[in-house]
Design a binder for this molecule. Structure first.
Ligand SMILES: Cc1cc2nc3c(=O)[nH]c(=O)nc-3n(C[C@H](O)[C@H](O)[C@H](O)COP(=O)(O)OP(=O)(O)OC[C@H]3O[C@@H](n4cnc5c(N)ncnc54)[C@H](O)[C@@H]3O)c2cc1C
Length: 417
């Protein structure tokens, strides 16, 4: 073969959480395979990745089981998560711990890549994969600089990745649209007061002009370590939510806002633009969207009927499918890594690389169970888009929603084998 750069047993395409987790789990479960892995990453760390960086407890559990301490990464801990409809709803707090840890992905991914390297995993940066061609004896991976051969390839190249496109060109794709904006906190009394006077960048929140409402504002400022999800936009044809997370950039407190749309209502209702509901949610909190940079990126979400492998090639992370309900994908990516590592270990042990049981084993795992449960909940929560239903769900059925989240959405990381 022309310009064959290297022949490796295991090539992992993409050095985000899913690719790095696959490598770290391979190293933990099958240490003899560690030196036979090569990760190809198109960017250079620390690289920017559009993401709100919300790490649920399950992500931390998986990292801890790898012997890693995620608190080494700069973070902000949200003491509670609120699930609202138009500013009112239910609050979730986890006993004796933070509810959501918010990291920045450039910092998190460079940290995880460093841990993989410390454990003997080779990562080659600035290598862009162009094509992935499996055959009965192995896989040829074409990059901008030359070709690689491998016995096994892991497609960990995210929602826009080439691996899935190359090996499963006709598989159906379910993709969410997502916008994100970072703003300063402006949590100082003076900043907020000047906002109320109509000065500066901020706009007076509609109807917030009595002393009592100023009191409400003070309360909100004290609570700004909450992560807020608001589902008002569902009633307007956006099958998702707006979010407002506390975050930090280089140690400076900031806020991360965004809007997520699974696109589930696209066939049923006219597909509304995402910018207006995001702008309205920010305005309700006293921020003006105009003037801040809006960034967008799709999220491919999990479909229980979708394939996850072909012979010699496995998909993990967003390439396999993130959580459809919230577009949560970091914990999922880490979880897929463990399942893929088990699958690859068994394949080398038995010399059998069809990966025909991978999808079934993913589905039977605690990760697959939560993905399936979230897929079902997604169909209900977003298809039943009427205002009355959303109010019933987030404001009245609180105990039911909290119990269902506890059992079906959270706590799968501990059970992941
Ligand atoms: C706006 C937004 C907000 C989000 N917020 C959250 C959140 O708060 N919490 C959460 O859990 N999830 C969130 N997600 C989802 C989360 O970002 C993803 O699920 C997660 O990044 C998936 O990890 P991954 O490793 O599969 O893919 P990625 O993180 O996308 O990593 C893929 C890697 O592959 C590399 N790559 C891509 N193509 C190639 C190629 N051709 N050759 C070589 N390398 C390649 C990329 O450079 C990248 O490093 C959000 C997503 C978006 C878009």
């Amino acid at each position: 073969m022309d310009n064959l750069l290297e022949n490796r047993d295991i090539l992992i395409l993409g050095g985000g959480p899913s690719g790095l987790s696959t490598a770290l789990h391979l190293q933990q479960l099958h240490p003899h395979l560690a030196t036979r892995i090569l990760i190809l990453e198109k960017a250079r760390y620390p690289r920017l990745k559009l993401c709100a960086g919300g790490l649920v407890a399950d992500a931390e559990v998986i990292l801890q089981k790898l012997g890693l301490d995620p608190s080494e990464v700069p973070h902000v801990d949200a003491s509670a998560a609120r699930f609202d409809f138009a500013g009112k709803g239910l609050t979730v707090k986890l006993p004796r711990r933070h509810t959501l840890r918010i990291i920045r992905r450039d910092e998190f991914d460079v940290w995880l890549a460093g841990k993989a390297r410390e454990r003997g995993i080779e990562i080659r940066e600035q290598v862009t994969v162009k094509n992935v061609i499996p055959d009965p004896d192995g896989v040829t991976v074409i990059t901008e600089t030359g070709a690689y051969r491998a016995k096994v390839v892991v497609g960990a190249d995210g929602s826009n990745g080439v691996t899935r496109r190359c090996v499963l060109p006709n598989a159906p794709v379910s993709t969410a649209r997502v916008l994100e904006v970072i703003t300063p906190v402006i949590a100082s009394e003076q900043g907020e007061r000047s906002n109320l006077l109509g000065n500066g960048r901020l706009r007076q929140p509609p109807g917030l002009d009595t002393p009592e409402e100023h009191g409400l504002l003070d309360q909100r400022l004290r609570n700004d370590k909450q992560a807020v999800f608001d589902f008002l936009c569902v009633s307007e044809g956006i099958a998702g939510y707006t979010w407002d997370f506390p975050t930090q950039i280089k140690g400076q407190p900031m806020r991360c806002w965004g809007i997520y749309d699974t696109n589930l209502l696209a066939g049923e209702m006219q597909r509304p633009a995402l910018k207006q509901p995001l702008a309205r949610e920010m305005a309700r909190n006293g921020f003006e969207l105009d003037g801040y940079k809006i960034k967008g990126h799709p999220i491919r979400w999990y479909d229980p009927a979708g394939p996850l492998s072909v012979p010699r090639v496995l998909l993990v992370g967003d390439a396999a499918g993130a959580d459809p309900l919230f577009g949560e994908g970091i914990s999922m990516a880490l979880g897929y890594g463990k399942l893929a590592a088990r699958e690859i270990g068994a394949a080398f042990e038995h010399g059998e690389f069809s990966f025909s049981g991978y999808r079934r084993r993913v589905r039977l795992s605690s990760l697959g169970q939560t993905l399936l449960a979230r897929w079902v909940i997604t169909q209900v929560v977003y298809h039943f888009h009427w205002r009355w239903f959303q109010i019933l769900l987030w404001r009245i059925l609180k105990p039911v929603v909290i119990a269902a989240s506890w059992v079906l959405v959270l706590n799968w990381g501990k059970r992941l084998k």
